[in-house]
Design a protein around this ligand. Structure first.
Ligand code: THU
Length: 128
């Protein structure tokens, strides 16, 4: 199995821990660091909907809080037959820690890889 499919399959497993009683839309993510560690995440919803955390940001926060700020790939999975792409907020957070990295989406048949800059061109950066 190639590396991108492997990461996608890990994201699929992480999806099982999703807490999504409000939307019913479970998402999993798997972030690979430059030193080969994979941090998983899932969406964690809240009855105050705006407090919901997406799977990608859960995974990235886990990596960064463990001292790993160099993420090279993140895979995203859901039960949807269509590819699950990161939301706008997650694209901005992904850019912060892996602007040179790749975003992996997939389904049973196909895995796709995008440069972060393809999915978030002209990202906001606080250039003072
Ligand atoms: N969600 C994610 O976890 N990642 C995304 O990139 C898009 C949306 C979650 C948030 C919410 O719990 C559910 O999917 C429906 O929006």
């Amino acid at each position: 199995m190639d590396e991108n499919r492997k990461l996608y399959e890990i994201a699929l497993m992480a999806k099982e821990n999703a807490y999504a009683p409000y939307s019913g839309f479970k998402v999993g993510a798997a972030a690979l660091t430059d030193d080969g560690i994979v941090y998983t995440g899932c969406n964690v919803e809240n009855s105050s909907y705006g407090a919901t955390i997406c799977a990608e940001r859960t995974a990235i926060a886990k990596a960064v809080s463990e001292g790993r700020k160099n993420i090279i790939k993140i895979a995203i999975a859901s039960d949807n037959k269509k590819f699950t792409y990161p939301c706008g907020i997650c694209r901005q957070v992904i850019w912060e820690f892996m602007s040179q990295g790749e975003i992996i989406v997939g389904n049973d048949n196909e895995i796709k890889a995008y440069k972060v800059s393809e999915l978030l061109p002209h990202a906001f950066a606080l250039d003072k």
